[in-house]
Structures are given as structure tokens and as C-alpha cells.
Design a protein around this ligand. Structure first.
Ligand code: GLA
Length: 518
């Protein structure tokens, strides 16, 4: 009895201590000064934590004034913080809480802890003034499809190669080069101007391009005259990721401006919207812009970019998206590209005609991967039914880059009318086999070697879901192979792929018994 009573008292004391030790509220780095707060907003870092629906919601505000969600778990004075920048990019921290300090340690980094403190009342007021007020967002509903992007969009974007170093002349030259290289005729029609074109707003709040783009309407007309389409970029936040003017509070107005210019495609990049909204509000925020675009009457492919957070594949189409990023940013590195590409398997059921998973733009031709690695990149993106948005300097494409990007059979796989993304059917260590069902009962098969030594990669017909015999085309070699039976197998170099299109013979069609071998 006494033991029970004592443990009840102990629990009460514990919970009183835990209550005293509230993580909720605002935290700033120990060394933050009034000067940084007043004059260097770009250097302000803040952690806020609040209670919501029985749990804790954290947000990290970092330079550039982006708000990044942080999962927060509290157990007395022990805190686990997980920063969630993008799908597959979760970074955990351990922290110890005292009444007025939070000591945060990056797991496994060996770095000394970062000490956070509570802001003074004056600092708190300045911080509050820095966060823009939240404007209303619409109640969430399922928008009907807009009829665009029945196959994954194909085109070019400035970001991967040029970042913000873009101007009108460069875009026109890229348009010309898309025509001259044959890329336009292969399907690469969208010319997407990413971050860095924005200027300021005029006295009516109308967004203008910066001085490097003297006349967007004329630029759009030029591209349209070349049989190309214009893509544009903005953010639902007050600032884009590169710090340019965003669309926050100007959704209808900016949609009208884009329509007036002749824009055909809009990438809507979360960036600083995280300052204002929680991730749970993403569907409404994207829906708001989708509705604003539709109200203009001009068809625009709507590209959601929020790094694959909040299970976007479950609501992206309802919010009006034709494609949604499923990852953080790609870079021109084997490790990054392959990690992204091979992590898409479970998202396959969510994509289809009009609404696609977007594992980010192509790096083919940017120079830091080998020819085999770029072939793997293209093959995987085609099997995934990913948008093919070239990201190199098309004005100076090497012939092998053009050949890689315009291989007819690879594009046919990507653009297949069934619109069913491929799946992994075999994984043996670093060896993977992916298949994608194609129109006419054909099957695209990728035999991938992610390892560092040549290896035999194989899959049985059972694993591939094929009965009987199958005709085979080697896509990269562009030649037909002898008919296959029972197994497909190839010696594959490190980081390389053998990409095949199999055509099962009629008697082996699904549902019918396999041809008997006597
Ligand atoms: C984010 C996006 C990128 C690119 C940049 C531009 O990082 O994920 O694709 O648009 O912003 O600043």
C-alpha cells in the first residue's frame, strides 16, 4: 500500500516537473543578439514548439526565412527532435531541457551541443513581427482533373545547370537549341524558367519580372512560335527559395499575370510558405493556387514542389496537381540520383495519367556522372513514369547527351499511354530488377547493378510475371535479342543497367496457361 502511495506521489512530482519543463514556446540560439534580430533577419534561427491535436508541432526557422517542420517527442527533460526537410531526409537530434535552456546535440556528428534559450520579451515581440499574418485558405475539396499531362511532362528547366543565372537571351537560345538538337521533336516542349526571374511588385501589386527579363509576354510568344511552351516558377510563401518575391497573398493576381503572359506550366515551390503554414495545410494552399489558375481559363500544368512532405502523393491530384515532387533536391551525383530513384517503389500506385510522381529533374549532361550512370538515371526515370525535365545546358549539348535524352524507345517507355509506373520485383543486395507494364501487353524491364563490381543480374519469368516465351528488345543497344524463355539475365557493369522491352508471346498472356514444354 505504502509502495503504491509512494509511487503515486513520485508520479505526481514527476509530472509536476515535466509540466514545469515545457518545451512549448520559442527558442533562440544562446548567442543571438539584438543586432542580429534588428538588422540581419537572414541570420535569425528560431525553434518554435506548440501543442496541436494532442501532439507537439515544431518548426525551425532558418536563414532565408524558411520554416521547416520538426517532429518533437518529449520524455521529461529528454527531447527528440527530427528535422523533416524532405521525404527521406529526416535529421534526428537529441536535446536536454532545463527550465530556460535547450541543449541540442546532432546525433553521431561529434559536434558540441548547440545551446538554445528563451527570447527576452522584447526579442519575442520582434520575432512575432517578422512572421507574416496568416491569410485564409480554402476548405479542402477534390478538384476534378484539368485534362493536362496525360503522359509525364517533358521539357527543360533552368535550375539544375543555371540556378539563378538566367535571362531572356539564354531562354531564347535554349528554345532554339531544343529545336536544333531534335529534343523538341522528341517531346521536350516545356521551357521552364525556375527561380530567379522575379522582380518586385508595382503599385497595384502586380508582379514584374526583374531586369533580365524585359518582356515575358514576348518571350512566351517567341517560344510558342518555336512549337515550345513556357513554364514559370513561384512560391506560395512571401519569398521563393532563392529569396525572390513570392506569391503569398497575391495568388489570384499572379495567376492572372501568368495567364496574361501566356504561361503553360507553373511550378509552385513551398520554400518560405513553411513560415506561415503547417505541413498539414499544404493541400489547401496548393488547391488555392490551382483554383486561381483555373479561374484564369488558361490551361497550365500545375507542378507541386514541397519535397515529398505530408504524403503529397495521397492528395496532390485532388489539390489540382499534375505532378508532385517526391524528394528533396537532386544533384549531379550518383549517390544522390540513385538514392532518390531507387526509393520510389512504394509510390507507384499513386501516379497515373494526369497526375505523376516527380523524383526531380534530370541531371543528364551536367558532367559529374559517367555515361553508364546517366543511362541508369534515364532508364529509371522512364520506368518510374517520371517527368523528363532536362537540366543541362542544352545550348552546348554533347552529341551523346542528346542521344541519351532522345532515345526513342526510352521515351516511349516513359510516355507509355497506360501510365502505370514501374515497380521493383527483385532486390538481391545491390542488384535490382524493375518492371513497368506497357500498352499492348509489353513489359519494360530494367536490370540494375547499383554495386561497385560487374555482376550478373537476373530475374525469372515468374518474378517478372511472364508466362511462355518473350521477344526482347535491348533498348540502349537498339537491337532485338533472341526470344527469351524462363529467365532474363545479363552481365551488368557497376552503376549500369540493361534496359529491355519484352513482348510475351500470345499463348503466355496473363490468365492463360503457360505453353507446356514437353
Ligand atoms: C527548391 C526546389 C528546386 C529549385 C530551387 C529554386 O530547392 O526544390 O527544384 O526550384 O528551390 O530556388
Amino acid at each position: 500500500m505504502l509502495v503504491v502511495a509512494l509511487s503515486v506521489v513520485a508520479a505526481l512530482i514527476d509530472s509536476a516537473a515535466a509540466q514545469e519543463l515545457a518545451i512549448t514556446g520559442t527558442w533562440v540560439p544562446q548567442e543571438m543578439t539584438a543586432d542580429v534580430l534588428a538588422h540581419q533577419p537572414q541570420n535569425v534561427r528560431v525553434l518554435t514548439v506548440r501543442e496541436a491535436r494532442g501532439g507537439l508541432i515544431g518548426k525551425l526557422i532558418v536563414p532565408g526565412l524558411a520554416g521547416i517542420p520538426v517532429a518533437v517527442e518529449q520524455n521529461g527533460d529528454r527531447i527528440r527532435l527530427v528535422i523533416q526537410i524532405a521525404r527521406g531526409m529526416e535529421t534526428p537530434f537529441d536535446a536536454t531541457l532545463t527550465p530556460d535552456h535547450l541543449s541540442v546535440t546532432s546525433l553521431g556528428s561529434g559536434n558540441p551541443p548547440t545551446m538554445l534559450r528563451r527570447p527576452s520579451p522584447e526579442e519575442g515581440q520582434v520575432l512575432e513581427r517578422m512572421t507574416p499574418a496568416k491569410l485564409p485558405i480554402p476548405p479542402v475539396k477534390a478538384l476534378p482533373p484539368n485534362g493536362l499531362a496525360r503522359t509525364p511532362p517533358m521539357g527543360f528547366s533552368t535550375w539544375n545547370h543555371f540556378q539563378t543565372g538566367i535571362d531572356d537571351r539564354t531562354i531564347r537560345d535554349i528554345g532554339d537549341a531544343l529545336v536544333k538538337t531534335g529534343m523538341r521533336d522528341a517531346g521536350y516542349v516545356y521551357v521552364n524558367i525556375d527561380d530567379g526571374w522575379q522582380g518586385d511588385r508595382d503599385e497595384h501589386g502586380t508582379l514584374r519580372a526583374n531586369g533580365k527579363f524585359p518582356d515575358m509576354k514576348a518571350l512566351a510568344a517567341y517560344l510558342h512560335g518555336q512549337g515550345l511552351k513556357l513554364g514559370m516558377y513561384t512560391s506560395p510563401g512571401p519569398k521563393s527559395c532563392a529569396g525572390f518575391e513570392g506569391t503569398y497573398g497575391h495568388e489570384e493576381q499572379d495567376a492572372r499575370t501568368f495567364a496574361e503572359w501566356g504561361v503553360d506550366y507553373l511550378k509552385y515551390d513551398w520554400c518560405s510558405a513553411g513560415l506561415i503554414y503547417d505541413d498539414a495545410e499544404m493541400p489547401a494552399v496548393y488547391q488555392k493556387m490551382a483554383e486561381a489558375i483555373r479561374a484564369t481559363g488558361r490551361p497550365m500544368v500545375f507542378s507541386l514542389c514541397q519535397y515529398g512532405r505530408a504524403d503529397v502523393w495521397k492528395w496532390g491530384a485532388d489539390a489540382g496537381g499534375n505532378l508532385w515532387r517526391t524528394t528533396g533536391d537532386i544533384t549531379d551525383k550518383w549517390q544522390v540520383m540513385s538514392t532518390i530513384g531507387f526509393a520510389q517503389d512504394d509510390l507507384a500506385p499513386f501516379a497515373g495519367p494526369g497526375h505523376w510522381n516527380d523524383p526531380d529533374m534530370l541531371e543528364v549532361g551536367n558532367g559529374s556522372m559517367s555515361a553508364a550512370e546517366y543511362r541508369t538515371h534515364m532508364s529509371l526515370w522512364a520506368l518510374l513514369a517520371a517527368p523528363l525535365i532536362a537540366g543541362h545546358d542544352v545550348r552546348s549539348s554533347a552529341p551523346e547527351t542528346v542521344a541519351l535524352l532522345t532515345n526513342r524507345e526510352v521515351i516511349a517507355i516513359d510516355q507509355d499511354a497506360l501510365g502505370r509506373p514501374g515497380r521493383r520485383v527483385v532486390r538481391r543486395g545491390p542488384l535490382e530488377v524493375w518492371t513497368r507494364p506497357l500498352e499492348g501487353k509489353k513489359i519494360a524491364v530494367g536490370l540494375f547493378n547499383r554495386g561497385e563490381a560487374p555482376a550478373k543480374v537476373e530475374a525469372s519469368f515468374t518474378e517478372l510475371g511472364i508466362k511462355g516465351r518473350a521477344g526482347a528488345l535491348d533498348v540502349w543497344a537498339q537491337r532485338s535479342l533472341d526470344a527469351l524463355e524462363g529467365i532474363v539475365s545479363a552481365e551488368v557493369e557497376p552503376h549500369a543497367v540493361m534496359l529491355l522491352v519484352l513482348e510475351p508471346s500470345a499463348e503466355g498472356e496473363a490468365g492463360k496457361p503457360a505453353a507446356s514444354k514437353k
